[in-house]
Design a protein around this ligand. Sequence first.
Ligand SMILES: [Zn+2]
Ligand SMILES: [Zn+2]
Length: 229
Amino acid sequence: MSFWVYCNSCFLSAAADRQLAVTTCGHVICSVCYQKGKQKNCLICSSQCQISPLSDKSSSEVKTLFSDINVVTTKHLTEISKVISFQSRHQRKLLTHYKKRNEKLEETFVKMKQEMQNMAKKLNEQSVYIAKMEKSLQHQSAMAPPVSQMSRASYSAHVQKPGAVSSRPSSQNMPGFHSSQSPSVSRFQGAPLTPELSAFNHRSAWTSPIFKPSSSFRGSMSSLVCPSP
Ligand SMILES: [Zn+2]
Ligand SMILES: [Zn+2]
């Protein structure tokens, strides 16, 4: 029995002729003092209570209250340490996973940043090039002599290859060609056009029935929508 366990009435420890008991109201009383008091009533606080003798046969709840605090502490600290170890192991794993993912994301971010810088650099270079080309074109159109009938003839002869699509004479074709051009395209007058572009400006190209579906095609389309029985 521990040194601090004594009767709360006579303050004596347990002995051969003095057994100790614990009450449901939480007091400790010896067998001698208990005989002096009323049955079923605590001698200390006078409340109704039951008593349980302190022995090896006591309940586990009573035994726990009188157990060695060092043993209890060691037992619980071992349990706490197990729980902490288990939980921290899982938390570390999760942290490692997030760190790796973060590293990958950072790598991707750096790559994308680099790529964006490269693209911005290229864009800047292209803008400078375009500005240079526009300036050069303006300079060329300013320096070029007025377009005469002779130069137009030589121009159309240059554009139209032998056996080209156009069947009209160049003198009828070219005035219409020039009047239909937008101001933004007109700066390309000095530059030689490809035969394909020339053919596209030809009026007959727009009235071509290429995109009109034939009657047989319409028939096949309607059969797709409303299948014949
Ligand atoms: Zn006593
Ligand atoms: Zn009591």
